[in-house]
Design a protein around this ligand. Structure first.
Ligand SMILES: NC(=O)c1ccc[n+]([C@@H]2O[C@H](COP(=O)([O-])OP(=O)(O)OC[C@H]3O[C@@H](n4cnc5c(N)ncnc54)[C@H](OP(=O)(O)O)[C@@H]3O)[C@@H](O)[C@H]2O)c1
Length: 302
């Protein structure tokens, strides 16, 4: 879909499964492809053909973002969305490298203006966007607080590098304020719902609440007097819509993530793996709030 001209042809070994695909199957995502369509926004695999001028060539192991059509044996992605996979990463990690990490970088750094030494609260911190955001925040010298709903998710957030983990419950806001010495600089929110007002209350002066998604189900509303009273901001971060028409920006974000990989900060955490013919099972795991890290379909034997 992203390659009306020439694209990079990828032999798919692993395909990523993310919340947008779940929403697409219900027609609830902002992009509504005509039916029938093959889902699958990103893959890890091997290049079997690349247009002239692409930074990748036949035989390269890559992570690629194709938007649709990734749950297949062969996928096509634009050259600007195809990135060499380091030897240290397997194909499953490659299938979790673009959507979540580009979103995390775009949200925290480009939209949220995260600076070294600031503090970040990450909602849904054991999920795909959540684990990526913890790692990107650490790479930028921030301290991190992860908010999660279970002990199993606590372990995943810790593995992703959270400095502190707070359990979702009555007192999470107070715990966050105490841990951050009065409030955090940035809240990264892929969950939304009824925790939004407490997220605003968790910010310190000049704080930014970055709206990334609504896995909690409802879209919160904000009383803007709260922003005035504490000099805070609510910032929207819609990665796909912003970057799609900007090839060079995607290359630059890919390079920034490459530097974070080389420095040892970025390392996709793969959760449950499903066979291709159980893609529906993978979507159910997301829907039932069971997912941790990145859910992956093994398209070819691992
Ligand atoms: N803005 C963008 O550009 C952009 C890009 C990519 C994805 N997104 C959005 O970001 C969100 C997160 O995606 P993801 O792939 O990271 O999902 P994920 O791996 O399933 O993680 C989502 C987290 O949300 C929390 N959650 C709270 N209520 C939930 C519920 N009723 N059902 C499911 N999860 C619930 C869960 O954490 P706890 O159980 O710990 O609360 C879960 O770990 C989605 O809304 C997605 O569409 C936005």
């Amino acid at each position: 879909m992203l390659t009306p001209g020439e694209g990079v042809l990828v032999e798919v070994h692993a395909a990523g499964v993310s919340f947008p695909e779940l929403l697409q199957t219900r027609g609830e995502y902002q992009m509504k492809p005509p039916l029938p369509f093959v889902p699958g926004s990103e893959v890890g695999g091997i290049v079997i053909g690349a247009p002239a001028g692409a930074a990748v060539a036949e035989g390269d192991r890559v992570a690629a973002f194709c938007a649709l059509g990734g749950w297949a044996e062969t996928a096509v992605a634009p050259a600007f969305f195809t990135f060499k996979l380091p030897d240290s990463m397997d194909f499953a990690q490659g299938a979790g490298l673009v959507l979540n990490y580009h979103t995390a970088y775009f949200s925290l750094v480009l939209r949220g203006r995260l600076k070294e030494g600031e503090s970040v609260l990450v909602h849904g911190a054991a999920g795909g966007v959540g684990t990526a955001s913890l790692q990107v925040a650490k790479a930028h010298g921030a301290s991190t607080i992860a908010l999660v709903s279970s002990d199993a998710k606590r372990e995943v957030a810790e593995a992703a590098g959270a400095d502190h983990v707070v359990m979702l419950g009555e007192s999470w806001k107070d715990e966050v304020k105490e841990l951050s010495g009065g409030g955090v600089d940035v809240v990264l929110d892929p969950v939304g719902g009824d925790r939004f007002t407490d997220s605003l209350r968790s910010l310190r002066e000049n704080g930014r609440l970055i709206v990334v998604g609504f896995t909690g189900g409802s879209i919160p509303e904000v009383k803007v007097n709260r922003l005035l009273l504490k000099n805070t901001e609510v910032v929207g971060a819609g990665w796909g819509a912003y970057v799609m028409g900007k090839p060079q920006l995607n290359i630059e974000i890919g390079e920034a993530i490459g530097r974070m990989i080389d420095a040892g900060f970025v390392r996709p955490i793969v959760g449950e793996r499903f066979a291709m013919d159980d893609a529906a099972g993978a979507l159910h795991a997301l829907d039932e709030r069971r997912a941790t890290g990145k859910i992956v379909l093994d398209v070819r034997p691992a």
